[in-house]
Design a protein around this ligand. Structure first.
Ligand code: G16
Ligand code: MG
Length: 214
Protein backbone atom coordinates (compact mmCIF):
# COMPACT_ATOMS: atom_id res chain seq x y z
CA UNK A 1 0.00 0.00 0.00
CA UNK A 2 1.02 3.53 -0.72
CA UNK A 3 1.22 5.84 2.28
CA UNK A 4 3.31 8.70 0.98
CA UNK A 5 3.09 11.11 -1.97
CA UNK A 6 6.34 12.81 -3.00
CA UNK A 7 5.92 15.77 -5.35
CA UNK A 8 8.39 17.44 -7.64
CA UNK A 9 7.87 21.22 -7.65
CA UNK A 10 8.57 22.81 -11.04
CA UNK A 11 6.22 21.29 -13.63
CA UNK A 12 4.04 19.44 -11.12
CA UNK A 13 2.82 21.97 -8.56
CA UNK A 14 3.82 25.23 -10.28
CA UNK A 15 5.17 26.24 -13.66
CA UNK A 16 8.32 28.04 -12.55
CA UNK A 17 10.14 26.88 -15.71
CA UNK A 18 8.88 30.00 -17.50
CA UNK A 19 10.47 32.25 -14.85
CA UNK A 20 13.72 30.27 -14.91
CA UNK A 21 13.77 30.62 -18.70
CA UNK A 22 13.17 34.39 -18.57
CA UNK A 23 15.92 34.94 -16.00
CA UNK A 24 18.48 32.67 -17.70
CA UNK A 25 17.73 34.17 -21.09
CA UNK A 26 18.21 37.68 -19.77
CA UNK A 27 21.61 36.60 -18.44
CA UNK A 28 22.56 34.92 -21.73
CA UNK A 29 21.50 37.99 -23.71
CA UNK A 30 23.69 40.16 -21.52
CA UNK A 31 26.57 37.82 -22.38
CA UNK A 32 25.76 38.19 -26.09
CA UNK A 33 23.89 35.01 -27.00
CA UNK A 34 20.44 33.43 -26.82
CA UNK A 35 19.01 29.93 -26.38
CA UNK A 36 15.75 28.29 -27.41
CA UNK A 37 12.74 26.96 -25.55
CA UNK A 38 13.79 23.50 -26.68
CA UNK A 39 17.18 23.95 -25.04
CA UNK A 40 15.36 25.18 -21.94
CA UNK A 41 13.74 21.73 -21.68
CA UNK A 42 17.18 20.37 -20.81
CA UNK A 43 17.30 22.57 -17.71
CA UNK A 44 14.21 21.09 -16.05
CA UNK A 45 15.05 19.46 -12.73
CA UNK A 46 18.74 20.40 -13.17
CA UNK A 47 20.42 22.34 -10.33
CA UNK A 48 21.18 26.05 -10.67
CA UNK A 49 24.92 25.67 -11.09
CA UNK A 50 24.66 22.74 -13.53
CA UNK A 51 22.08 24.72 -15.54
CA UNK A 52 24.46 27.68 -15.71
CA UNK A 53 27.37 25.55 -16.89
CA UNK A 54 25.18 24.04 -19.61
CA UNK A 55 23.94 27.45 -20.79
CA UNK A 56 27.48 28.88 -20.90
CA UNK A 57 28.57 25.91 -23.03
CA UNK A 58 25.73 26.63 -25.49
CA UNK A 59 27.04 30.19 -25.88
CA UNK A 60 30.65 29.00 -26.07
CA UNK A 61 31.37 31.25 -23.11
CA UNK A 62 34.20 30.28 -20.79
CA UNK A 63 34.23 31.85 -17.29
CA UNK A 64 36.39 31.56 -14.17
CA UNK A 65 34.81 29.84 -11.16
CA UNK A 66 34.43 33.14 -9.31
CA UNK A 67 32.57 34.75 -12.21
CA UNK A 68 30.30 31.68 -12.45
CA UNK A 69 29.18 32.22 -8.86
CA UNK A 70 28.48 35.90 -9.60
CA UNK A 71 26.39 34.97 -12.67
CA UNK A 72 24.43 32.38 -10.68
CA UNK A 73 23.59 34.97 -8.03
CA UNK A 74 22.68 37.54 -10.65
CA UNK A 75 20.24 35.10 -12.28
CA UNK A 76 18.77 34.07 -8.95
CA UNK A 77 18.13 37.70 -7.95
CA UNK A 78 16.15 38.22 -11.16
CA UNK A 79 14.30 34.92 -10.58
CA UNK A 80 13.49 35.85 -6.96
CA UNK A 81 11.94 39.13 -8.10
CA UNK A 82 9.50 37.07 -10.22
CA UNK A 83 8.84 34.53 -7.45
CA UNK A 84 7.96 37.37 -5.08
CA UNK A 85 4.92 38.07 -7.29
CA UNK A 86 3.56 34.51 -7.10
CA UNK A 87 0.13 33.84 -5.53
CA UNK A 88 -2.12 30.74 -5.13
CA UNK A 89 -3.33 31.47 -8.67
CA UNK A 90 0.05 30.30 -9.96
CA UNK A 91 -0.57 26.73 -8.80
CA UNK A 92 -0.99 24.36 -11.73
CA UNK A 93 -4.58 23.12 -12.35
CA UNK A 94 -5.59 20.48 -9.80
CA UNK A 95 -2.47 20.87 -7.64
CA UNK A 96 -4.17 22.50 -4.65
CA UNK A 97 -7.12 20.09 -4.59
CA UNK A 98 -4.89 17.03 -5.02
CA UNK A 99 -2.61 18.07 -2.14
CA UNK A 100 -5.60 18.73 0.12
CA UNK A 101 -7.22 15.39 -0.80
CA UNK A 102 -3.98 13.49 -0.16
CA UNK A 103 -3.68 15.13 3.24
CA UNK A 104 -7.34 14.44 4.12
CA UNK A 105 -6.99 10.77 3.21
CA UNK A 106 -4.05 10.51 5.60
CA UNK A 107 -1.20 10.34 3.10
CA UNK A 108 2.11 11.87 4.05
CA UNK A 109 2.86 14.76 1.70
CA UNK A 110 6.50 15.39 0.81
CA UNK A 111 8.35 17.70 -1.59
CA UNK A 112 11.35 16.47 -3.60
CA UNK A 113 12.81 19.37 -5.58
CA UNK A 114 16.18 20.52 -6.91
CA UNK A 115 15.30 24.14 -6.16
CA UNK A 116 16.89 26.14 -3.36
CA UNK A 117 13.87 28.45 -3.53
CA UNK A 118 11.29 25.68 -3.02
CA UNK A 119 10.06 26.77 0.44
CA UNK A 120 9.54 30.35 -0.67
CA UNK A 121 7.50 29.19 -3.69
CA UNK A 122 5.31 26.90 -1.56
CA UNK A 123 4.80 29.76 0.88
CA UNK A 124 3.87 32.29 -1.82
CA UNK A 125 1.36 29.87 -3.38
CA UNK A 126 -0.17 29.04 0.01
CA UNK A 127 0.48 25.29 0.14
CA UNK A 128 3.46 25.19 2.51
CA UNK A 129 1.35 24.06 5.55
CA UNK A 130 0.20 20.97 3.59
CA UNK A 131 3.70 19.47 3.52
CA UNK A 132 4.98 17.04 6.15
CA UNK A 133 8.55 17.23 4.87
CA UNK A 134 10.54 19.23 2.32
CA UNK A 135 13.65 18.05 0.54
CA UNK A 136 15.08 20.81 -1.63
CA UNK A 137 18.26 22.01 -3.28
CA UNK A 138 19.66 23.16 0.05
CA UNK A 139 19.76 19.57 1.35
CA UNK A 140 20.44 17.56 -1.79
CA UNK A 141 24.03 17.04 -2.98
CA UNK A 142 23.40 14.68 -5.93
CA UNK A 143 21.07 15.79 -8.75
CA UNK A 144 18.30 13.66 -10.26
CA UNK A 145 18.53 10.98 -11.75
CA UNK A 146 20.36 10.19 -8.52
CA UNK A 147 17.64 8.88 -6.13
CA UNK A 148 18.97 10.87 -3.12
CA UNK A 149 16.27 13.56 -3.18
CA UNK A 150 13.44 11.01 -2.94
CA UNK A 151 15.18 8.59 -0.55
CA UNK A 152 15.80 11.52 1.80
CA UNK A 153 12.10 12.45 1.57
CA UNK A 154 11.01 8.92 2.53
CA UNK A 155 13.50 8.90 5.38
CA UNK A 156 12.21 12.21 6.80
CA UNK A 157 8.70 10.76 7.18
CA UNK A 158 9.94 7.31 8.24
CA UNK A 159 8.52 5.46 5.25
CA UNK A 160 10.02 2.77 3.08
CA UNK A 161 10.45 3.47 -0.66
CA UNK A 162 7.94 0.81 -1.72
CA UNK A 163 5.21 2.76 0.10
CA UNK A 164 5.98 5.99 -1.77
CA UNK A 165 4.69 7.36 -5.07
CA UNK A 166 6.60 10.14 -6.85
CA UNK A 167 4.90 12.74 -9.09
CA UNK A 168 7.38 13.97 -11.71
CA UNK A 169 7.44 15.90 -15.00
CA UNK A 170 11.10 15.25 -15.88
CA UNK A 171 12.65 12.14 -17.38
CA UNK A 172 15.54 12.36 -14.91
CA UNK A 173 12.99 12.61 -12.08
CA UNK A 174 11.12 9.46 -13.10
CA UNK A 175 14.45 7.66 -13.35
CA UNK A 176 15.47 8.90 -9.89
CA UNK A 177 12.19 7.65 -8.41
CA UNK A 178 12.58 4.23 -10.06
CA UNK A 179 16.16 3.94 -8.81
CA UNK A 180 14.80 4.75 -5.34
CA UNK A 181 12.41 1.77 -5.69
CA UNK A 182 9.29 3.97 -5.65
CA UNK A 183 6.06 4.04 -7.66
CA UNK A 184 5.76 6.80 -10.26
CA UNK A 185 3.18 9.12 -11.76
CA UNK A 186 4.46 10.96 -14.84
CA UNK A 187 3.03 14.43 -15.40
CA UNK A 188 3.43 15.29 -19.07
CA UNK A 189 3.94 13.65 -22.43
CA UNK A 190 4.36 9.95 -23.20
CA UNK A 191 7.46 10.49 -25.37
CA UNK A 192 9.41 11.81 -22.40
CA UNK A 193 7.90 9.89 -19.49
CA UNK A 194 7.39 6.37 -20.91
CA UNK A 195 8.93 4.77 -17.81
CA UNK A 196 6.21 5.97 -15.42
CA UNK A 197 3.61 3.58 -13.89
CA UNK A 198 0.79 6.04 -14.68
CA UNK A 199 0.90 8.96 -17.06
CA UNK A 200 -1.37 12.01 -16.87
CA UNK A 201 -1.21 15.56 -18.24
CA UNK A 202 -1.67 17.19 -14.82
CA UNK A 203 -2.82 16.71 -11.23
CA UNK A 204 -6.32 17.74 -12.40
CA UNK A 205 -6.48 14.47 -14.38
CA UNK A 206 -5.95 12.09 -11.46
CA UNK A 207 -7.62 11.50 -8.09
CA UNK A 208 -6.10 10.27 -4.87
CA UNK A 209 -8.25 7.10 -5.24
CA UNK A 210 -6.37 6.28 -8.49
CA UNK A 211 -3.15 6.03 -6.48
CA UNK A 212 -4.20 2.86 -4.70
CA UNK A 213 -4.65 1.02 -8.00
CA UNK A 214 -0.98 1.40 -8.96
C1 G16 B 1 13.84 23.11 -10.47
C2 G16 B 1 13.86 23.50 -11.97
C3 G16 B 1 15.23 23.70 -12.55
C4 G16 B 1 16.07 24.59 -11.64
C5 G16 B 1 16.20 23.90 -10.29
C6 G16 B 1 17.02 24.72 -9.29
O1 G16 B 1 13.76 21.74 -10.28
O2 G16 B 1 13.19 22.54 -12.76
O3 G16 B 1 15.12 24.29 -13.83
O4 G16 B 1 17.35 24.86 -12.20
O5 G16 B 1 14.91 23.67 -9.72
O6 G16 B 1 16.31 25.88 -8.94
P1 G16 B 1 16.89 27.09 -8.05
O7 G16 B 1 17.75 27.94 -8.91
O8 G16 B 1 15.63 27.78 -7.57
O9 G16 B 1 17.65 26.48 -6.89
P2 G16 B 1 12.52 20.78 -9.74
O10 G16 B 1 13.30 19.65 -9.14
O11 G16 B 1 11.67 21.51 -8.71
O12 G16 B 1 11.73 20.40 -10.96
MG1 MG C 1 10.17 19.23 -12.42
Amino acid sequence: TITTCIFDLDGVIVDTAVYHYKAWRQMANELGFDFSELQNEKLKGVSRIDSLRLILSWGNVVKEEEEIQVLAKHKNDAYLAMIEQMTPENLLPGAHDFLVAAKEKGYKVVLGSASKNAKLILDKTGVLPLFDAIVDGNIVTASKPDPQVFLKGAELVNERPQHCVVFEDAEAGIEAAKRAGMHTVGIGSAEILHGADILVSGLNKITIADIQSI
